[in-house]
Design a protein around this ligand. Structure first.
Ligand code: ADP
Length: 489
């Protein structure tokens, strides 16, 4: 098939979270499978310097944006056969220090930035010479493109656009803006209704995707069910229930070329399920790197991630407060809310021999934490898929997770299946429940043979894209059947 993906972040060009990993690795898997694949993404600061082979294409971008006309350029790169990455170059919008925010506050022109980006994505979907059959949109930042393409269908008829697939990576981020921002779409007013992109008087970018995409996916089967409930539907559950026959949960895959214990360039000692001695050596390296006492016998717990409410930081802090008396160590890399950053630093200050945190975004450290820790803590309040627990499994670092979304779909607790157990699950969203999970981990740690079995189960669990890419191809076919462009002659 010919598939164009659009995402506001793509690894290895830009990344703040799992979205970048997912889009980069799905596109690669599709291209390896012989499909023609493109990705549209913004040209952020620093990308040109890191990828000097970028080439300017004769695909100028110029669109009305409300009362203005905004111009940009398209640059591209072909990292592997069958895959082209198209960078939308609009320096005023994208040449900034961060992707979405400045010091924790969203950029005031995010509506302009991502409506322009959505226009560029829809434009490329219609005008790339290889005529994409499917446009695969990701999250609110590209969702307005679904409406733009449907409008094109209204003008030029069925079959005049690619089929439209939207993947929701996190329903909590909807791209909500004041109603006046709808003018940036430069479309007739009849789409701005409760049946269209209006959400209680505001413009909802994500809703544009949910209403106008031909098919919708989300990133785990359990999260697909959760978002149709009032409790987890973020006000969009009614609409998602209406669209239930077009909604599928497909578990994200892991890029095992990037996350590979044998060839990880960020990690000093390679290891495998057959020989875990390198993992033991990496643990000592990690203790040294984080300035903690270097001692093989101390159980080492880790965490990586955005410091937001969603990730259960409050639970982490509470459970650590209770469990540090057992002598365990904890290391983390993360950034986000300044209150959580301060709380982490304060804990490290009070327990310098047991807690060490690195505030910031650091790809290398994230790999070394996965490789060197004994246990990975992921007490999320909700988790659409979660990648870190899957990276932990592959690295033999036993995840301790709350039973929500993709965490529940990927980790096997002894109560689910004793023979296949590879992690520890707890249900209640409370520090006490997490502390109980940590206590179980300490018991497991004291039983080396059982711990070894958990590690073997973890490291051999398969979350490769090869398992799930076929599900995306089915969804793409459905999108195309729904109204997509007819196949190339
Ligand atoms: P989310 O997408 O909600 O942030 P995921 O677990 O799906 O959570 O994916 C997070 C991705 O971002 C992982 O690849 C993780 O290693 C990475 N990541 C998050 N925060 C950091 C950080 N501070 N430093 C390095 N990598 C990080």
């Amino acid at each position: 098939m010919r598939i164009l993906l659009a995402s506001s972040e793509v690894y290895p060009y830009s990344k703040t979270g799992g979205l970048a990993d997912m889009v980069g690795s799905l596109a690669k898997t599709l291209a390896h499978g012989g499909h023609r694949v493109g990705i549209v993404t913004p040209l952020y600061a620093g990308i040109r310097e890191r990828f000097p082979q970028l080439q300017r294409l004769d695909l100028p971008l110029e669109f009305p944006l409300g009362a203005q006309r905004v111009r940009g350029e398209t640059w591209s790169l072909d990292p592997i056969e069958g895959l082209s990455v198209y960078f939308v170059d609009q320096p005023g919008f994208y040449q900034r220090a961060d992707l979405y925010q400045n010091e924790g506050t969203d950029y005031p022109d995010n509506a302009e930035r991502f409506m322009f980006f959505s226009k560029a994505a829809a434009h490329l979907a219609l005008h790339l010479p290889w005529e994409p059959e499917v446009m695969h949109l990701h999250d609110w930042q590209t969702s307005p493109a679904a409406l733009l393409l449907q409008h094109q269908r209204r003008l030029a008829g069925q079959g005049s656009t690619p089929g439209i697939c939207l993947t929701i990576h996190n329903l909590a981020y909807q791209g909500l803006f004041p109603a006046a921002k709808y003018a940036l779409m430069n479309l007739p007013g009849d789409y701005f209704t409760p049946n269209g992109v209006e959400f209680y008087g505001q413009m909802s970018c994500l809703k544009a995707g949910i209403v106008y995409a031909d098919v919708i996916t989300t990133v785990s089967p359990r999260y697909a069910r959760e978002i149709t409930t009032e409790e987890s539907g973020c006000g969009l559950d009614g609409l998602l229930r209406q669209r239930n026959s077009s909604l599928v949960g497909i578990l994200n895959g892991v890029d095992y070329e990037e996350w590979n214990t044998v060839s990880d360039t960020y990690v000093k000692h390679p290891y495998s399920a057959a020989d875990l001695s390198g993992k033991a050596a990496n643990k000592l390296e990690l203790q040294r790197e984080f300035g903690l006492p270097v001692e093989a016998s101390i159980p080492l717990f880790g965490n990586i991630g955005r410091l937001t409410e969603q990730k259960g930081v409050v639970l982490l802090l509470g459970a650590l407060e209770e469990m540090l008396s057992t002598g365990l160590q904890f290391v983390a890399v993360g950034s986000g809310s300044s209150a959580f950053q301060r709380a982490y630093q304060e804990l490290a200050r009070r327990f310098p021999a047991q807690v060490s945190v690195h505030i910031g975004f650091d790809e290398g450290r994230s790999h070394r934490i996965e490789a060197g820790c004994d246990f990975f803590l992921m007490p999320s309040r909700f988790e659409p898929c979660g990648l870190n627990q899957m990276y932990g499994l592959r690295y033999g670092t036993i995840p301790i997770v709350r039973t929500t979304g993709g965490l529940d779909d990927t980790v096997v607790d002894i109560r689910d299946d004793a023979a296949r157990a590879n992690g520890i699950k707890f249900i209640e969203y409370s520090a006490t429940a997490l502390a109980k999970g940590v206590r179980k981990a300490l018991t497991l740690y004291a039983e080396p043979e059982l711990l070894h079995r958990y590690r073997q189960n973890a490291m051999t669990a398969d979350f490769s894209w090869n398992r799930t890419v076929g599900e995306y191809l089915k969804v793409y076919q459905k999108a195309q059947d729904h109204g997509g462009r007819v196949a190339h002659p």
